[in-house]
Design a protein around this ligand. Structure first.
Ligand SMILES: O=P(O)(O)OC[C@@H](O)[C@@H](O)c1c[nH]c2ccccc12
Length: 270
């Protein structure tokens, strides 16, 4: 069984909601990203979204755009990101990995190569924000053959498309809490509760919500409504804040930076 399925089933048995951080791999570099992934697991994260930096991240707000730019300074590729997951697994990390990438880098790579790499590096899921369900059939045969989930995004404006999106999904459904781009928010789409309820009624898969969630109170609010919460920009901003420590040549300073990231994530875990 896929690690994502196992994790959500275990969380359901424990009556818990999943905490799913997003980080940009290679920000500030791959070795540090692997240490951040380890820190996320220590902090209590249940799954992790590993973002592939992209030059034209249309759906990303300024925080993640800056993280992509920092990673692209080292010319990090989708293969480097996949291998970083494999290295993390070898280091003892058990979290299910979800590769988060725009569509274009995958086209360059080719799906056969992609799915072989995903399997070799024990990546359990894929999120492609700019691949509409109408065009996802090209990937569907690989996801079932390799037992790797293609996790769809649904938005408050998806309405009649919700049925079609969730029927072709596996793993879990990613509900986008608000319109626009990623980034911490004080408030969300005015119908967000109703929207999440509609999605839950349309699927038996776990439902997670992301976009704008940045503090414990918001995690509590959305964990009441669904099976998991995704937090990206707030964590990426914390990484940005401690970059001087993470990139310091002294190991103690690096460790201090990692501890700040770990403690920030830990206070989000319910
Ligand atoms: O950053 P936020 O507001 O916490 O939202 C999660 C988001 O970072 C992550 O899931 C994500 C990163 N890039 C995206 C592009 C589209 C949708 C979602 C994403």
């Amino acid at each position: 069984m896929n690690r994502i399925d196992q994790t959500f089933q275990q969380l359901k048995r424990d009556g818990q909601s999943a905490l799913i951080p997003f980080i940009t791999v290679g920000d500030p570099d791959v070795a540090t990203s692997i240490r951040i992934i380890q820190a996320m697991e220590e902090a209590g994260a249940d799954l992790i979204e590993l973002g592939v930096p992209y030059s034209d991240p249309l759906a990303d707000g300024p925080v993640i755009q800056r993280a992509s730019q920092r990673a692209l300074e080292h010319q990090i590729t989708v293969i480097d990101c996949i291998k970083a997951a494999g290295e993390s697994r070898k280091s003892g990390v058990n979290l299910p990995f979800i590769l988060f990438t725009y569509y274009n880098p995958l086209l360059q790579l080719g799906f056969e190569t992609l799915f072989n790499l995903l399997r070799e590096n024990d990546i359990s899921g894929l999120i492609i924000p700019d691949l509409p369900v109408e065009e996802s059939s090209v990937i569907a045969k690989y996801t079932s053959e390799y037992n790797i989930h293609l996790i769809p995004l649904v938005a408050p404006t998806s309405n009649e498309r919700i049925e079609r999106i969730v029927n072709s999904a596996s793993g879990f459904i990613y509900c986008v809490s608000s319109l626009g781009v990623t980034g911490e928010r004080a408030d969300f789409h005015q119908e967000v509760e109703k929207f999440i309820q509609n999605v839950k009624e349309a699927t038996s898969l776990p439902v997670a919500v992301g976009f704008g969630i940045s503090n414990r109170e918001q995690v509590e609010r959305f964990s009441e409504l669904c099976d998991g919460v995704i937090v990206g920009s707030a964590i990426v901003r914390k990484i940005e804040e401690v970059l001087p420590e993470l990139t310091n040549h002294e190991a103690e300073r690096q460790d201090a930076g990692l501890l700040k990231i770990r403690d920030f994530v830990r206070q989000l875990k319910l």
